[in-house]
Structures are given as structure tokens and as C-alpha cells.
Ligand binder design. Structure first.
Ligand code: M6R
Length: 369
């Protein structure tokens, strides 16, 4: 039931902290990740040379986000593929491939068919799923459940943060088995993960009203762009999908580095652009590069809404709105940066008088191909 909430989506966004906390619970022992469901299944991970994540929609964006940590921690090359594209291109897979499917419902036909195909080709299969006993986990060699609780709103929110959490747990579990991550780095990652729920709660407390306010002013907006880089890129894609889904307006997510290769032509005066700003502590000078992207779009009249970590003052001169997230290790930032985008999509949909929970033309679970 909705309880006192205006929509299931509002309730489910408020449950994002617990979705992460409940997914981590019982899977950390003495500062190390040990996933009980994977006990006795070490063989699934020892001989593999490749991971392919298959999923659709928001679950695929969770996969794209998780790829960075999976590769960094396990050193296993990882690709993410839309489930419905996967089996139509004769992919090179075999017993050295672990195919990880992600699905909230566990019933998405496109994802199920990708898993069946992977099995037929001899690949190992692991499902990340939010629904106990659903079809996809039953068709897989192993399952790691997300514990987000039932998600009713068509737009996926708390399941998304739980899916990224499960991928991170999987990465740390596999890294432990393979000895690919030193103990300090693993312990640090676990501590970061355990701190996420509280930080999401802070974002909800500090930014919800602010975002709802400016989404009301934006009720007539025709198009919104989202820019991100590294782990911020899939978050930009997720922000755009959510907006399309429940606000029915044109929204697109781009990798910020791609801007000058085309999308900047879209920017005209008044165009709202969300920018997920990587932490200044991120390696590779990404922060500077994204700040210079912000200057470029601002010079062309964009209305810039930044999502940036607390204390990042470099963004202030160029931003119309600043949404703050608490400090976190860069790999954990997406779990925080997505929260304002979920709130914004909900705010805009509400401001337009639309049904937040049941957008037109969409079903919660897509059980046809
Ligand atoms: O149940 P699944 O996670 O397999 O669903 C996959 C997508 O259909 C789903 O994430 C969809 O994109 C959401 N409605 C997005 O909010």
C-alpha cells in the first residue's frame, strides 16, 4: 500500500536507502563480502575470462554503472548488452563467459531469452533479481537477489540502486575469490557501500523540496538533456529514461565528452541541461573536463542544473541550480547522483498533472518479446 505517499513512486524513492541497506545485509562478514547464495558455486567464477551483463531499460543502466567496479575489482573484461540485441548477433560466448542478467521482475521476456540463449551456448549464468522464485533466476545457474522489496510504480527507482549494489557485492565477492583486489581496497569498498544508505537519506532530506520546487517552474519544458562521464554517464541515461517514461517529454542522456562531437548543436538559449559532475578527487582530471563542458553549454545559453558533491565550488559560477550529494568514493557516487534525477522526474510528472505510477503505453513487466 501507498501509506501516506502521493504515489508508489514517491514511496519507493523514499525507500532507496533501505533498498541498498537490505541488499547488503547478511553479505558482509568481517569486512569482506561473502554472498551466501553463491556458496559452493566458486566454479562459476574461477575459469571465466569474460563477463557479459544482459538487461533492458533501467536494469541495463544499472549494468552499465556496475561495469566500472566489476572490471576494476575483478580485472575481468566486462561488457553490457541490451538483452534483446544480444542473441541476434551470434555473440562469441562459451564456458569461459559468465552472463549476468539483471531484472527487477525476473519475468522480462527479452532478458529471459538472452539467458536461455547464453546457456545453450555453454555460458555460465547468474541472475540479479528482485522477485523471489521468478522465471529468470530459475533458468540461471545462480542468483543474487536484490532486496528492494516489491516495486509497484512502472518507473523503476529503488530496484535500480539495489541492482547496482548487488553488482558491487558480486564484484567484491568475485575479487575475493580471485585475489584480484588487495584487502585494504576491498575493506574500503565495503565501508563505502555500507555508508551509502545514510548518504542517500541525506540527499532526500536536503534536496527533495528544492527539486520539487524547480520542477514546478519547468512544467512547460519541452526537452531536457543530461550529461555525465564515467559512472555519471549511465546515470545521465537513467535520468533521461525516467523523464521520457513519466513526463512524456523529450530527454536524452549523453557522455559529456561526446558533446563536441554533435549534441552541443542542440543547445540553444533556455535549454535545460542536467550535468552530473564527477568528484574533483576523481582520477584523470574528469572534473575539470566536465566543468569546461558546463562553461561551453552555458556560453550557448543553456540552463544548467548540476549534481555535484558537497564543497565543489568550481561549478558555482556556471550553474543555475546546484544539487548536492555527500562525498563518496567516485565509484559510489552514482548511487547518490541518481536520487535527484528520480525526484526530478517525479516532480515534473506531478507538475504536469500526469499519473506518476502508471505512465501511458507501458507495463511494469514486459513479458512479450
Ligand atoms: O523487470 P526488469 O528489471 O527486467 O525490467 C526492465 C525494464 O523494462 C525496466 O527497467 C524499465 O526500463 C523501467 N520501466 C524503467 O523505469
Amino acid at each position: 500500500e501507498k501509506g501516506g505517499w502521493s504515489s508508489f513512486m514517491a514511496k519507493e524513492v523514499s525507500e532507496e536507502p533501505e533498498a541498498v541497506a537490505n541488499t547488503v545485509r547478511g553479505r558482509v562478514h568481517d569486512g569482506q563480502v561473502v554472498i551466501p547464495e553463491l556458496e559452493g558455486l566458486d566454479d562459476l567464477f574461477t575459469g571465466i575470462r569474460r563477463i557479459i551483463v544482459v538487461a533492458c531499460g533501467t536494469a541495463a543502466y544499472a549494468g552499465q554503472t556496475g561495469k566500472y567496479a566489476l572490471e576494476q575489482w575483478t580485472r575481468i573484461p566486462t561488457d553490457v548488452e541490451l538483452a534483446h540485441e544480444f542473441r541476434y548477433r551470434d555473440p562469441v560466448i562459451g564456458e569461459d563467459t559468465l552472463v549476468v542478467s539483471i531484472s527487477q521482475s525476473g519475468e522480462t521476456m527479452d532478458t529471459l531469452m538472452a539467458v536461455k540463449y547464453a546457456r545453450e551456448q555453454g555460458a555460465k549464468t547468474l541472475s540479479i533479481c528482485n522477485t523471489q522464485g521468478a522465471t529468470i533466476p530459475r533458468e540461471s545457474d545462480a542468483v543474487v537477489y536484490t532486496h528492494a522489496g516489491p516495486e509497484v510504480a512502472v518507473a523503476s527507482t529503488k530496484a535500480f540502486v539495489a541492482q547496482i549494489t548487488a553488482l558491487y557485492l558480486l564484484g567484491l565477492h568475485v575479487a575475493r575469490l580471485r585475489g584480484s583486489l588487495d584487502a585494504d581496497a576491498a575493506a574500503q569498498a565495503v565501508a563505502e557501500l555500507e555508508a551509502v544508505p545514510e548518504k542517500i537519506q541525506l540527499v532526500l532530506e536536503n534536496e527533495q523540496q528544492h527539486i520539487e520546487q524547480f520542477s514546478r517552474w519547468m512544467a512547460d519544458t519541452q526537452s531536457v538533456l543530461f550529461l555525465g562521464r564515467h559512472v555519471g554517464y549511465p546515470i545521465a541515461l537513467e535520468g533521461a529514461l525516467k523523464l521520457k517514461e513519466i513526463s512524456y517529454i523529450h530527454a536524452e542522456g549523453f557522455a559529456a565528452g561526446e558533446l563536441k562531437h554533435g549534441p552541443i548543436a542542440l543547445v540553444e538559449p533556455g535549454q535545460p541541461v542536467f550535468v552530473i559532475v564527477p568528484s574533483p578527487r576523481h582520477s584523470g582530471e574528469l572534473h575539470k573536463k566536465v566543468v569546461s563542458n558546463i562553461q561551453e553549454i552555458r556560453a550557448r545559453g543553456a540552463r544548467v542544473i548540476v549534481v555535484a558533491e558537497e564543497g565543489d565550488a568550481a561549478v558555482l559560477p556556471f550553474a543555475d541550480e546546484v544539487l548536492r550529494i555527500p562525498l563518496a568514493d567516485p565509484l559510489f557516487e552514482p548511487l547518490l547522483a541518481v536520487v535527484p534525477l528520480h525526484i526530478f522526474a517525479m516532480g515534473l510528472s506531478t507538475a504536469k498533472g500526469l499519473d506518476v505510477d502508471k505512465p501511458r503505453n507501458l507495463a511494469k513487466s514486459v513479458t512479450v518479446e
